[in-house]
Design a protein around this ligand. Structure first.
Ligand code: IFM
Length: 450
């Protein structure tokens, strides 16, 4: 067997989010979220699915943590449902909701697994949506108040916090493309929602500096944008997509400002005064969480109307069940870019994984060689970045369990542990066994010939 290739301090984990796995979204006094409302709006979700039961993790979390422990996970990323803690989004605290997360965290700690909670993974309380949601100028303050409450309750047992998951997605798919909650299609809303989320992150970090003692960061969906051909037009298109997909949030979070070219892309939809407000917010982060799945291949001929992002359809022989191109070097590239262009901040790969059409279980196990190949090549790509000097601290698979994949419902399976959503039975996949061995050997099992 080869020598370990990842440092002992490297954190290995898996990630999930509240609405995607917990189920019982209204249990014990919780307030409804925009995802609860959206999923119950006919026609929004494939097969009419919803998160009503999901993986029933709300009741089965102890068994799920036992599975994490068998895998050898060092860290578990989950999200806190804002409306479980504050049913109206602000004001009255729902103690049973807070107690659920305290029990979850304590059980993780009993198993030697570090909790990495995300404060917001898309499930905004309806009560706040009805007051304007992320469009409301008060929204950063609502978030900071919620964050403070949770920090005060749980920071004594939480070493790593994440403020927001993928604010780009909320802005662009929730408010411009309309495929995700709240399902709006309005060019003027998208940059406003993004801006308020960035101010919310800044406000929560500022609060954390006063009441918290550990690390706090943000999880961004990032992907390199490559020109489909070397032509000037395709290169310009790729640069534009990179600005919208990557630099928008990276420059904001790591440099405290918006790229100069960004307001021009949105034209009159750009919120007036946003640049100065962002500088004034003194935004900071202790680390960046990188959620990486694919790259974008961009051609001027395939451009959608500004500022929307569109891609050249990938080679169908190299895609996951989501239709996303499998491109492991893109992970190395985006991680190295953080080092080269942004001063090498601490980084975690907070999500990486793939949906495939898994076969039915055979002898109690699901054979998923495509997922194993995806994970193997991407973990190697993460290692390439580490070797190149990136300050990479950990890697987390998306996802621990087959779960509610938003508008796709349960049809798209990302788990390394299968879930039969009729019986709630957890079914091991071979990728879980593969990942356990990677963790146990600290990557030695990835070395060719090992
Ligand atoms: O399931 C999502 C997750 O909630 C956010 N990042 C991407 C995953 C796969 O689409």
């Amino acid at each position: 067997m080869s020598e370990p290739i990842f440092p002992e301090s490297f954190l290995w984990g898996a990630a999930t989010s509240a609405y995607q796995i917990e189920g019982q979204p209204l249990a014990d006094g919780a307030g409804p979220s925009i995802w609860h409302r959206f999923a119950h709006n006919p026609g929004r979700i494939a097969n009419g699915d919803s998160g009503d039961l999901a993986c029933d993790h709300y009741h089965r979390y102890r068994d799920d943590i036992a599975l994490m422990s068998e895998l050898g996970l060092g860290v578990y990323r989950f999200s806190i449902a804002w409306g479980r803690v504050l049913p109206e989004g602000r004001g009255r605290v729902n103690q049973p909701g807070l107690d659920f997360y305290r029990r979850l965290i304590d059980t993780l700690l009993e198993h030697g697994i570090q909790p990495m909670p995300t404060l917001y993974h898309w499930d905004l309380p309806c009560a706040l949506y009805d007051r304007g949601g992320w469009l409301a100028p008060d929204s950063p303050g609502w978030f900071a108040d919620y964050a403070e409450l949770v920090f005060r309750a749980l920071d004594d047992r939480v070493p790593i916090w994440i403020t927001l998951n993928e604010p780009w997605i909320t802005a662009m798919l929730g408010h411009l493309d309309g495929s995700l909650a709240p399902g709006h299609r309005d060019l003027f809303e998208a940059p406003q929602v993004a801006h308020h989320q960035l101010l919310a992150h800044a406000a929560a970090v500022a609060v954390y500096r006063g009441v918290g003692r550990h690390q706090i960061g943000i999880a961004l969906n990032l992907e390199p944008q490559h020109p489909a051909t070397p032509s000037d037009a395709d290169r310009a298109a790729a640069t534009r997509q990179d600005l919208i997909l990557n630099r928008w949030f990276l420059d904001a979070v790591l440099c405290g400002r918006y790229p100069d070219e960004l307001p021009g892309l949105f034209g009159p939809a750009w919120p007036e005064g946003a640049e100065l407000e962002l500088v004034g917010a003194g935004i900071q982060t202790d680390f960046v969480g990188v959620n990486y799945y694919s790259r974008g291949l961009v051609s001027a001929a395939h451009q959608a109307p500004a500022p929307y992002v569109s891609r050249v359809p990938p080679d169908p022989s190299r895609v996951t069940a989501m239709g996303w191109e499998i491109h492991p070097p893109g992970l190395t590239e985006i991680l190295c870019r953080l080092k080269d262009d942004y001063g090498n901040p601490p980084v975690y790969v907070t999500e990486n994984g793939a949906a495939f059409a898994d076969p039915p279980p055979l002898d109690g196990e699901i054979a998923d060689p495509e997922r194993i190949d995806y994970l193997r090549t991407h973990i190697r790509a993460a290692h390439d970045a580490l070797r190149a000097g990136v300050d990479l601290r950990g890697y987390l698979v998306w996802s621990l369990l087959d779960n509610f994949e938003w508008a796709e419902g349960y049809a798209k399976r990302f788990g390394i542990i299968g879930v039969d959503h009729q019986t709630q039975q957890r079914i091991p996949k071979q990728s879980a066994r593969f990942y356990r061995e990677v963790i146990r050997s600290r990557g030695a099992s990835l070395v060719p010939g090992a």
